[in-house]
Design a protein. Structure first.
Length: 332
């Protein structure tokens, strides 16, 4: 089945060893309570895009497969000032089309920049991620405090809303995500740092991992191709390890949707083949902290990751990431 790897018939409790950042971990898996820790771990590879000091953010998105349209329910919080609004979208095509970088937001035509490409997440063709700054659109919409942003005008052949597993043709729009970064210039009450990584990172099931900037206490992921089989929710799990050498903490199971809200009660339903999930971390990330997604047998493609947290100004040698491939460097 397109977009999915083979599903095992039964899961039994096991003990698995993995090596990540040079630290061996042994964890007993109890079905329904924690991740299956596997040796099949691939690193999410995204590029550092922007760093904001004294800021915060909100993020949301929608799935647009076989529709090319929808509404992102997101608003700029009251008593805050817009810094930047970044829109991301993914198109599957045999090669990048001349109109794949075009989209409309509240009826306004927006042209994006291709920031990454690669194999599609187990569908035909290839995938490309596009990014555009929509500050002017946000500011023209009740100064960004309206209830949503209407998306349309995307490069997609099928627009009648049929199930992706019943009808597929290229080009095919996948997902749209929006990150709004803000502060308050009058009160200066924001002290966190916001870091955005973006690009295109495709993974065919198994485990994916990425290093978390030190001080992170909240993060969001924009992922395309999260899905279900038929009408059954497809469950992934997310684990957080606040420093090397400790057993990851299972944050929660995540349903990557693809069905109507009447079938699943999950409040983060965003349409077929797309999810934007935000997590408040149980502890502040220390040097070498990692997040691990158990994708099970599903195929996904990351568009962007955004992190928020305090900067440890007393530790001038703290390591930071310049890409999400677990390599260390310096964030400007």
């Amino acid at each position: 089945m397109a977009g999915l790897l083979g599903v095992s018939a039964q899961i039994t409790p096991t003990v698995e060893d993995i090596s990540l950042q040079g630290a061996a971990i042994t964890q007993t898996y109890v079905p329904g309570t924690a991740d299956i820790i596997e040796t099949n771990i691939s690193n999410v590879s995204l590029n550092l895009f922007r760093t904001y000091q004294n800021a915060s953010y909100v993020a949301a998105g929608i799935g647009v497969r076989n529709t090319g349209r929808g509404t992102i329910s997101l608003r700029l919080p009251h008593n805050t000032d817009l810094i930047d609004a970044w829109l991301y979208w993914k198109i599957l095509n045999s090669t990048a089309g001349i109109h794949d970088n075009e989209i409309t937001v509240n009826g306004i035509r927006v042209t994006g920049t291709q920031i990454g490409s690669g194999p599609s997440p187990c569908w035909a063709g290839n995938g490309s991620t596009y990014r555009a700054n929509i500050n002017s659109v946000v500011q023209s919409t009740d100064d960004g405090r309206s209830s949503g942003f209407t998306i349309g005008g995307m490069s997609t052949l099928i627009t009648d809303g049929r199930s992706p597993w019943d009808a597929f043709s290229l080009p095919a729009a996948e997902d749209v995500g929006l990150i709004i970064v803000f502060n308050n210039t009058q009160t200066q009450n924001f002290t966190d740092r916001v870091i955005i990584f973006d690009g295109y990172s495709e993974h065919n099931g198994g485990m994916t991992a990425f290093q978390v900037p030190e001080g992170t206490n909240m993060y969001s992921s924009i992922i395309g191709d999260g899905q279900v089989i038929g009408v059954q929710p497809y469950i992934k799990s997310v684990s957080f390890r606040d420093r090397p050498g400790v057993v990851p903490i299972n944050l929660q199971n995540v349903t990557l949707n693809g069905v109507a809200p009447s079938i699943t009660s999950r409040s983060t339903y965003q349409g077929s083949l797309s999810d934007v999930d935000t997590f408040i971390l149980p502890s502040t990330a220390l040097p070498g902290a990692t997040l691990i997604w158990n994708l099970a047998n599903d195929c996904v493609a990351y568009d962007a990751l955004v992190f928020q947290g305090q900067v440890n100004t007393t530790n001038t040698t703290q390591p930071n990431v310049t890409s999400m491939s677990l390599t260390l460097g310096t964030i400007p």
